[in-house]
Write a protein that binds this ligand. Sequence first.
Ligand SMILES: NC(=O)c1ccc[n+]([C@@H]2O[C@H](COP(=O)([O-])OP(=O)(O)OC[C@H]3O[C@@H](n4cnc5c(N)ncnc54)[C@H](O)[C@@H]3O)[C@@H](O)[C@H]2O)c1
Length: 451
Amino acid sequence: MYRRDFIRTGAALGVAASLPFSAFGSTQAEKARIGFIGVGLRGRNHLQNLLLREDVIVPAICDLDPDALIKSQELIGKLGHPVAKTYTGDDYAYRDLLSRSDLDGVIIATPWLWHTRMAVDAMKAGKYAGVEVSAANTLEECWDLVNTYEETGVPVMIMENVCYRRDVMAVLQMVREGLFGELLHARCGYQHDLRHVKFNDGIQPFGDGVEFGDKGVSEAAWRTTHSLYRNGDIYPTHGAGPVATMLNINRGNLFSSITSSATRSEGLHRYIVNHPKGGPGHPNAKLKWKLGDVITSNIETSSGETIIVTHDCNSPRPYSLGFRVQGTAGITEFDTHTQRIYIEHLSPEHEWEEMDAYLEKYDHPLWKKYGAYAEGSGHGGMDYFVDNAFVEIVKRNLEAPLDAYDAAAWSAITPLSEHSIENNGEPQDFPDFTRGRWMKRKPVFALSDDF
Ligand SMILES: NC(=O)c1ccc[n+]([C@@H]2O[C@H](COP(=O)([O-])OP(=O)(O)OC[C@H]3O[C@@H](n4cnc5c(N)ncnc54)[C@H](O)[C@@H]3O)[C@@H](O)[C@H]2O)c1
């Protein structure tokens, strides 16, 4: 049986959502046929990673920007693949790409407001949807992802690469082996000075100007506007995703409620006023930015853990996801450059230890197997693993290791934090996107060296 039909049969029977992981059988295709929707900076990272594989064909790509399409075709040619058919010209050209019969899946790397719409359309067209982060902007969109997945039986995977970071995966192994005892608390966040991303000169993507929206390019063309109209954690999944895998969220545990608070907004205005191409007279200096510079959310889980998630992107600061994982037997605080750990009865009393030996001992089997190859793939290697997982599930007709329920629960932090801030820190309940199935669902993420 052709494997797409196989999926459709499952969906038609209405059983997909209750089937276990890998329920779609093990029909292994030799090659995954992947289309791309959005081939800007991020889409081309994925494109390159996939083109480097021998088991991927990219028959079609879609973007509105001619330059992005030209650069993608150059990449495709350089890596020895045949020219891809391009889809462009209007916002919904991607639907023509989705109507092709020779695609198994698509990677969606467009601006945030397009993610859910495109992922929903992909699932409806029977194509695996690999969607960039965040997957959704509103609670309604979160439900759209879940409902469409349940109706079609076609998997959507949230492409959260930080879940695959080497130190994050090693800490996941430590958690799973009980090194920290029972988990109690975690911290994480997206703490990244994005001022030079939010503003540019309209010609090249980073800095050298204070333009955005129609006058900006790349992320400044769309990302910055969110800071004008929204006050909440608008980019939560790089921190919350990895922590959710450690806490088995949607698989024995749930995000249950969230309270959020915001500082006032200073950073973007100051950047415009102080920039040589800006100044107090620049039209953008008159804008009132809604997004607080530091957003702090406190999430409670159904098992009684708490998680502090920070969004901090408008101030001068070095990059940091600020991870802390703490349990009844020990704690680690780790980041790209500093990593420390304390385990009762193992570490010298009341003293942090360097983490190198622990990171080596608990190195994830995936990294042991593919680490040497992965390192060139972007973001320190983690991009290789997220792309690899997507290709493998497509080839083998498997469920996504980071699925519709994860996409919904992690992305829901954005609207819920906005509501909480609007209501003076009032706690907001997370919907149970699994509709009770979290009690029986078992962890599936990165259980072996497979993908
Ligand atoms: N996981 C990560 O580490 C990571 C890193 C960077 C970006 N991202 C995410 O990836 C996504 C894309 O970011 P980016 O940096 O590539 O932005 P970008 O602006 O460089 O690229 C977005 C592309 O989407 C295209 N596009 C917009 N609307 C479209 C439509 N209707 N149909 C087809 N194409 C359309 C644009 O023309 C552009 O080329 C964002 O969601 C971003 O948050 C993730």
